[in-house]
Design a protein around this ligand. Structure first.
Ligand SMILES: [Fe+2]
Ligand SMILES: [Fe+2]
Length: 309
């Protein structure tokens, strides 16, 4: 019965952060942004959310200049949080990263090869594709990477697959960023075809954005370092110190839901009164929707009507 249906919780929770552009030497990004403080703040908000995070995703531009010390700082900041959360960490390179120092520090391998990974957590597979192209700021995958992905997707996972790639395979409004986009979205769309891929998580744009590749939703996290100003003509590219954010991605058996979480802690106040909360605790599960969703206050509650948000 619809009215008595249970409150749903996701099978898996992903905290998706992007574009920390870490600088390890205290230098401020663009002369303004304390990148270490921004990433610390974002990770703090992940922990304070109370979510049982299964996977902590960092989708590229992990560092600003590929300084090995910045990759070491990244591990220092991220790994203790992931450990406390009991979350797996999935990180991939962006155009500001460089393959060798990233591979050395994050994966312990001395190589210039792209670091594509597949991580499965309780049946949910997260495949990270390294779309950074050496010497360039636009993104792509080699034939070998497409082949690797096709082999991975040849077998499906119990809860399906989430793809992580720095360059989002969608059309973004900025003519400048379109010059730096993912080169072969059509090839990727065709490869995904009838695979078990349920969503793509990306960064690079420094704005929160959503789109589709074929039938697959694409969620772009807005960046924890700085954000591009969208309230200006598309020909201009201007950065702002806020509103930095990360995406809370909730995986259900039949859908994937993305929500934007601001990095900054703003002032808060109760949107639901204690009286309503106390009253609802007395309502049997089968009547909770009937009581809570109606516009007039329950008779036992004099103050603090349930607020429609
Ligand atoms: Fe970036
Ligand atoms: Fe980027």
């Amino acid at each position: 019965m619809v009215l008595g249906r249970a409150i749903r919780t996701p099978t898996h929770v992903i905290a998706h952060l992007s574009d920390p552009h870490l600088l390890a030497d205290g230098t401020r990004l663009h002369g303004r942004i304390d990148t270490e403080a921004q990433l610390r703040a974002a990770l703090h908000r992940v922990e304070m959310s109370g979510e049982q995070v299964d996977v902590l995703v960092l989708s590229g531009d992990l560092t600003d200049t590929a300084d090995p010390a910045a990759y070491r700082l990244l591990r220092e900041l991220v790994e203790p949080v992931a450990e406390r959360l009991g979350a797996a960490v999935v990180w991939t390179g962006g155009n500001h990263d460089e393959r060798r120092p990233l591979a050395q520090v994050l994966f312990g391998t001395d190589t210039d090869a792209p670091q594509d990974t597949a991580t499965t957590v309780r049946g949910l597979r997260v495949i990270a594709l390294d779309t950074a192209v050496p010497g360039r700021h636009d993104g792509g995958l080699s034939d070998a990477q497409f082949d690797w992905l096709a082999r991975q997707l040849g077998a499906s996972a119990a809860h399906g697959t989430i793809l992580v790639m720095h360059h989002p395979p969608i059309v973004y409004r900025s003519p400048w960023m379109q010059l730096l986009d993912f080169r072969e979205p059509g090839r990727l769309r065709d490869l995904l075809g009838t695979s078990d891929v349920r969503a793509i998580l990306s960064g690079h744009l420094h704005v929160t954005s959503f789109g589709t590749l074929g039938t697959v939703p694409v969620f772009v996290a807005g960046g924890v370092s700085y954000v591009d100003d969208l309230g200006i003509p598309r020909e201009r590219l201007m950065a702002i110190d806020g509103p930095q954010s990360w995406n809370l991605v909730e995986v259900h058996p039949d859908q994937v839901v993305g929500s934007v979480v601001p990095v900054a802690q703003h002032d808060t106040w109760p949107a639901l009164s204690e009286q309503v909360t106390a009253y609802m605790a007395t309502v049997p599960a089968g009547r909770r929707r009937t009581e809570f969703a109606r516009k007039h206050s329950p008779p036992d509650v004099e103050a603090g009507q349930a607020r429609a948000t």
